[in-house]
Design a protein around this ligand. Structure first.
Ligand code: GLY
Length: 396
């Protein structure tokens, strides 16, 4: 049975309207944790955020910031689409509100995404993807080579075709993290950095806070939003979450902001390219199962650069600004884990966002805030509960 939030003990913290609000401990100060800290503190909750490192410096820092619900829709992930599309719709309002709350621009760019095919084989694969996207009713458009190059004149001449996704935008995820840190602090959330949470403390199946170092920080509600590190937090008697790190190597090149080589987000065979307003060109990403190892490899970087160069030969002249690797929090079915712990009352999960953490930020914030503040478990969130991983009874 799902834990109900309506029976949570309320602390003395109260909202602007005088309604009692729970004290909340959030484990993980990536964009998801920070956004929840911001919204919950703004609603009158006493919020403490904990991060084992520096806030916003995990997957939130490593990501590319693509809001690509359509271009990244994959067969088998149709269930996720309702969530990704809803979040995509929420992004402009979320960005505007965050910019107002923090005073920081998050550089939401709305040129859309091009997915290109270079060879005849790529073209056949892309036609197949396009048919799948159309079968889902997604807003996508097939472009012939001339139309593709008209939109992006610096692309290679060897183009077999492209899919244009006019609603797949991008945001500067690092600016989002910085803005959220400011907004959360302004709203009154307390941030503890370099302070790993070892355990979610609970008595009689009810969460009572988090143990960080030797100190118990009491809370009525604990949110586990530690991304790839979520499994490392002891949540006994709840079962450990099936979340694992999925490594992605990336790099950034320096374009001339006055004469950028690219304006759309570009998916090319074997890599994607994300042009920032400031001239940085983000190139990503490998997908590697290497545990928590984040080493850069010659092979990984070579593959990214080669694939990016095939699509956009002009990158050859660009300076490399930065190379890095991040860890996506992949769940067993690659969908996020959102909602109450079935085993521990007052423990809530907001993790496992895999490739979609930045895209799913607004919807995750809205769903988990509504759960904590009003006890609402929206139907949109129901397919993503931790219950789906519970062992099934053996068939008779
Ligand atoms: N969403 C892009 C990535 O995970 O690399």
């Amino acid at each position: 049975m799902s834990a109900s939030l309506s029976s949570l003990p309320m602390s003395s913290s109260s909202s602007a309207t005088g309604a009692a609000r729970p004290r909340v401990a959030i484990v993980g100060a990536g964009v998801i944790g920070l956004a929840l800290g911001w919204k919950l503190a703004a609603a009158g909750c006493a919020v403490e955020l904990f991060d084992a490192g520096a806030a916003g410096m995990g997957a939130s820092h490593a990501a590319a910031g693509m809001l690509a619900a359509c271009a990244e829709a994959e067969p088998g992930e149709e269930g996720l689409l309702a969530l990704t599309r809803e979040s995509q719709m929420l992004w402009p309002g979320f960005a505007a509100e965050l910019e107002a709350a923090s005073g920081i621009s998050v550089d939401l760019r709305t040129e859309g995404t091009l997915t290109i095919a270079l060879t005849a084989d790529d073209g056949a694969r892309l036609r197949h993807l396009f048919a799948f996207q159309q079968s889902l009713g997604l807003p996508v458009e097939w472009l012939n080579p001339a139309e593709t190059r008209r939109r992006e004149p610096m692309l290679t001449r060897q183009i077999a075709g492209a899919v244009f996704s006019p609603e797949d935008h991008q945001v500067d995820n690092r600016k989002v993290a910085t803005a959220l840190k400011i907004a959360a602090a302004r709203a009154g959330a307390i941030l503890h950095e370099q302070l790993p949470v070892r355990r979610v403390a609970s008595t009689g199946g009810r969460a009572e806070g988090v143990l960080a170092g030797e100190t118990l920080h009491r809370a009525d509600v604990v949110v586990l939003a530690a991304g790839a590190w979520s499994r490392g937090v002891d949540i006994t008697p709840a079962a450990p979450l099936p979340v694992r790190p999925v490594k992605g190597q990336m790099l950034a090149l320096a374009m001339d902001p006055a004469a950028p080589l690219l304006s759309h987000v570009l998916w090319a065979p074997g890599s994607y390219l994300v042009p920032r307003k400031d001239g940085r060109l983000i190139v990503g990403a490998t997908t590697e199962e290497k545990g928590f190892e984040t080493a850069l490899t010659a092979g990984g970087q070579l593959a990214l650069l080669t694939n990016a160069w095939r699509a956009l030969p002009g990158i050859e002249e660009l300076t490399i600004l930065e190379q890095w690797a991040g860890l996506r929090p992949g769940s067993r079915d690659d969908a996020p884990i959102l909602g109450p712990s079935p085993e521990v009352e007052g423990l809530i999960y907001a993790t496992g966002h895999h490739r979609n953490g930045i895209l799913l930020l607004p919807v995750t914030t809205a769903l988990i805030s509504a759960l904590i503040l009003r006890g609402e478990r929206a139907s949109l969130a129901l397919p993503f509960g931790a219950e789906r991983f519970a062992p099934r009874p053996a068939a008779e």
